[in-house]
Each structure stands twice: as structure tokens, then as C-alpha cells.
Design a protein around this ligand. Structure first.
Ligand SMILES: [Zn+2]
Length: 290
């Protein structure tokens, strides 16, 4: 059990130190209520976890990631949309899901796993999400897990069970250095468009920008960035520093990338065109002095 959602198997309760008598007493006092064979809920249990278990599955995929985001892992990036409740069917559930269920039943690409916790662990949840999310969204989610939690790719893979080759291929495109979902998506889209991209290039010897392609540095702001004066001031200082080294800096917001990408891509193409440098040089004041 990684986070307490208030829904337990009897073996989880035993692991937590409950005796059979404790469980019987709690059931009589109705502080634990049975909700499915072998499962009980406590008062105040997570309503989505209760619904998932009652239906014969576990809260999984983006819904489980959202649960973990709210319970100890606030920096896991979750792409916009995907608001349905995603539930993973247990390997041992005999009946098929009903179309009338108020869920999205999802299973990922790997071998079916049993349900042992009401909310899937982070590795099982991302295995499930491999099918529900677009590849770039999935990679950005995994990048954020690698950057902000103690999980590594081998650890995640070890708990995910056997996965399809397409999932292994997506792991190969992940980068633990990425510092925001915005940055991950810009990296993936630039590479897909044929740009050479350096991740976290060194600037001024001691600091790093987010991305570099040619002489263009790209800084990507997360959704809630620049809420404080220190970060704002630091960015301005970095901009001055990179100007001294004759880099250009482009700052992209979350909305620029998620909702205005076509324009951003055209601007990056224009700024990194090989002939741009020559055109600029013709008007370079130093040239006139020479
Ligand atoms: Zn899903």
C-alpha cells in the first residue's frame, strides 16, 4: 500500500497490524464496511477508490496518478483533459465491464495484473496509462516521475510486469533531467521535427538552460511558474548572462506549448534557419566599424 485511500483488502489490514478480532470489532462498530468480496472501506475513504473496487477493479492510470499527486507526489505532471475515472480490471475478475459503468476501463499493453490495492501503485498506473495517453503525454508524465520521485526506469519496469515493445520504446525516449511537462513536450516535438536538441545545456559555466537547439536556448515554464519574485529575478539575470555569450533565449509558457505550438514551431524554425546568422551579420554594427 503506497498511500492510504481508506479501502483495504483483509491481507493489507493484517500487514498493518490488525488482528482478526480487531477486524470483527470494527465491522460490528461499522467503522469498517465490506464493499466487495475480501475488501472493506473505512469512513472517509476515497470515493473513486471505493467505486473502482466495488466494480471489481482498482483506481488506475491517470486517476491513480492524480491520487498520488494529491498524496505525497505533488510534482507528478498530468496532461490536461483525461478527466474520466480510469479503472483497471482485475486479472481475476470473471465478468466483463458493463457499458453503463461510469468509468473508463483500461488495461495498458502489458500482461494483466491482479488487483492487490484499491489504488494502483505509480508503476502499475503508468503501465495502464500507456494506452490511454498519447506517447508524448506519457513520456512527459514518466519524465516528471523520474525527476521528482525516487523512482528510476529499472524500478518502474520491475513493478510494471511484462510490457509491450512499444512501451519499452517510449521509455527509451524518456529523460530524467526534464524539469517540467512543458519542457518534455517541447523536447519531443523538436526531435520529431528533425531538430538536434541538447537537454539542460550549460550556460555561463555553472547554470543550465532547459533546452538548446543551434544557438537558441529554450526555457520552458510550468503551469504555476513565476509565482515568486526570486524566480522572476533569476530568469532576468540568466537572460543577461546568456546575451553576453551571444545566445538567443526563447521563453515558452505552458499555454504556448499546449495550445499555440504551430506558431512556436514556425518561430523556432525562423530563428534557427542556417542563413539567419548571415543576414544578421550584414547589419552587424561591428562590421561597419571594421
Ligand atoms: Zn486509462
Amino acid at each position: 500500500m503506497t498511500s492510504d485511500c481508506g479501502v483495504y483488502t483483509l491481507s493489507e489490514l493484517t500487514t498493518m497490524g490488525w488482528t482478526t478480532d480487531d477486524i470483527k470489532r470494527a465491522r460490528r462498530a461499522e467503522t469498517l464496511t465490506p464493499i466487495a468480496h475480501g475488501w472493506v472501506r473505512a469512513a472517509g475513504a476515497d470515493s473513486q477508490a471505493v467505486a473502482a473496487v466495488t466494480a471489481g477493479g482498482a483506481l488506475s492510470c491517470v486517476s491513480a496518478l492524480r491520487f498520488h499527486q494529491a498524496h505525497g507526489h505533488p510534482d507528478i505532471w498530468i496532461p490536461p483533459g483525461h478527466g474520466d475515472t480510469h479503472v483497471r480490471l482485475s486479472k481475476y475478475r470473471k465478468s466483463t465491464p458493463r457499458p453503463s459503468d461510469p468509468f473508463r476501463w483500461c488495461q495498458g499493453y502489458g500482461q494483466p495484473l491482479p488487483v492487490t490495492t484499491a489504488v494502483d501503485t505509480i508503476p502499475v498506473a503508468i503501465g495502464c496509462a500507456a494506452r490511454c495517453l498519447a506517447a508524448e503525454e506519457w513520456i512527459a508524465v514518466v519524465d516528471s516521475i523520474l525527476y521528482t520521485t525516487e523512482w528510476t526506469i529499472p524500478d518502474l519496469q520491475a513493478e510494471m510486469g511484462r510490457v509491450a515493445r512499444s512501451v519499452s520504446a517510449m521509455f527509451d525516449r524518456c529523460d530524467a533531467r526534464s524539469q517540467s511537462g512543458t519542457e518534455s513536450i517541447v523536447r519531443l516535438r523538436l526531435i520529431a521535427n528533425g531538430f538536434d536538441v541538447e537537454v539542460q545545456p550549460s550556460i555561463g559555466g555553472r547554470e543550465h538552460a532547459d533546452l538548446r537547439t543551434g544557438s537558441l536556448l529554450i526555457e520552458c515554464d510550468g503551469e504555476s511558474y513565476h509565482s515568486d519574485r526570486a524566480a522572476f529575478g533569476n530568469d532576468r539575470r540568466r537572460d543577461r548572462m546568456t546575451m553576453l555569450d551571444r545566445w538567443m533565449t526563447m521563453r515558452l509558457t505552458y499555454d504556448d506549448v499546449l495550445y499555440g505550438w504551430d506558431d512556436v514551431l514556425e518561430e523556432i524554425r525562423a530563428l534557427t534557419r542556417p542563413d539567419r546568422h548571415r543576414i544578421r551579420r550584414r547589419n552587424d554594427p561591428r562590421r561597419i566599424i571594421e
